[in-house]
Design a protein around this ligand. Structure first.
Ligand code: SF4
Length: 363
């Protein structure tokens, strides 16, 4: 997939843009002032694989707590600031990796400029968050509430920061409408190489929120647009990280371990595919190599339908077929087939390790 050429910036020690891997972000949802619960959410998100984390800093007390988290977190922290540019500057001084400001509500150019100066001085990144809810009046008069208006606002502020000689920034262009977000990004991406933070704001909760985010973020990623993503869901932020990883993995942009392909089942099925797929997922949770593992409900169509999988099981009435790289390698009693599949995966994992070792030896 061809990715848009964006400039590379760094958020703490994590590169964003250029050819850097597309990173997965999330945001804490606890009260920032509540040290214990916020810290345990930070730890949970780190464990889940969150790569950059945003924390709201709405007041002085939260500022103090933010400083504490900066010392505890092992991933870069972004301070999320609204209205109060002084808080942004204080977070920068404390050592934030990035501050997210919305120029539409921070109080004018002079204040944005003060934040930029502090960012330059302390080597901090900035995320310019353009939001459909707070567009500049002049832009609204010219373009109305359109995707073009969102793109123009992002272009305007990008130029403003570049004119100060500041390049270590990215933009986000947010609307809760998928089409508006999509079109605004297409317009912006054609005219700018500023790295883009992708997300559908207020996507909602549950399955609908996941689908809405996946369609919005996924359609842009497929166009090569997007350098870091955050799935905004009402609910547990760990889910945001998981969904973000799934989106990137489905598109072949990152690999976070094996992908399980399982058939939807039909009247031909001979085994409980859902139960077996869950068991396979459980047994593979520590496997880190990119693999496609298939769980298919019948031996008639299964191996053929899962031809592109690295290995898999196709269920039979008493015996299942275990296959590897498109070829059947065993016919095993149903209660032994899973162990046999895991053996094959371990072999593939060992081979992957020795292949990597051989490559690094050659280098
Ligand atoms: S693999 Fe077999 S059981 Fe599964 S959907 Fe295809 S035909 Fe039906």
């Amino acid at each position: 997939m061809l990715r848009r050429k964006s400039r590379r910036i760094t958020v703490g020690n994590v590169p964003v843009g250029g050819k850097a891997p597309i990173t997965v972000q999330s945001m804490t949802k606890t009260d920032t002032k509540d040290i214990n619960t916020t810290l345990s959410q930070i730890v949970e998100l780190q464990k889940a694989g969150c790569e950059i984390l945003r924390i709201s800093v709405p007041d002085e007390e939260s500022l103090e707590a933010f400083g504490y988290y900066l010392n505890k977190a092992s991933i870069p922290l972004i301070a999320d600031i609204h209205f109060n540019h002084k808080l942004a500057i204080e977070c920068i001084k404390l050592g934030a990796s990035c501050v997210r400001i919305n120029p539409g509500n921070i109080g004018g150019k002079e204040r944005v400029l003060e934040v930029v100066k502090a960012a330059i001085e302390h080597n901090c990144a900035i995320r310019i968050g353009v939001n459909a809810g707070s567009l500049e009046k002049g832009i609204m008069r010219r373009f109305g509430m359109t995707p073009r208006a969102l793109a123009e606002s992002a272009l305007y502020w990008s130029k403003f920061l570049e004119d100060q000689g500041f390049l270590n920034f990215k933009v986000s262009i947010k609307s809760s409408d998928v089409r508006t977000t999509y079109e605004a990004h297409i317009i912006f991406a054609e005219k700018s190489d500023v790295p883009i933070h992708l997300g559908i704001t207020e996507a909602g909760f549950g399955e609908y929120g996941i689908v809405k985010s996946s369609v919005g973020i996924g359609s842009l990623l497929l166009n090569g647009i997007g350098d870091t993503i955050r799935v905004s869901l009402t609910g547990d932020p760990v889910k945001e990280v998981k969904v973000g990883k799934y989106i990137l993995q489905c598109l072949g942009l990152r690999s976070f371990g094996p992908e399980i392909i399982s058939c939807p089942t039909c009247s031909r099925k001979k085994i409980d595919v859902e139960e077996l797929a869950k068991k396979v997922a459980e047994r593979l949770k520590d496997v880190k190599i990119p693999l496609k593992v298939a769980v298919m409900g019948c031996e008639v169509n299964g191996p053929g339908e899962a031809r592109e999988a690295d290995c898999g099981i196709a269920g039979g009435k008493h015996f299942s077929l275990v296959f590897k790289k498109g070829k059947v390698v065993a016919k095993a009693p149903n209660d032994e087939a899973l162990d046999m599949l895991i053996e094959i995966i371990k072999e593939l994992e060992e081979n992957d390790g020795s292949e990597k070792a051989a490559i690094s030896h050659q280098v």
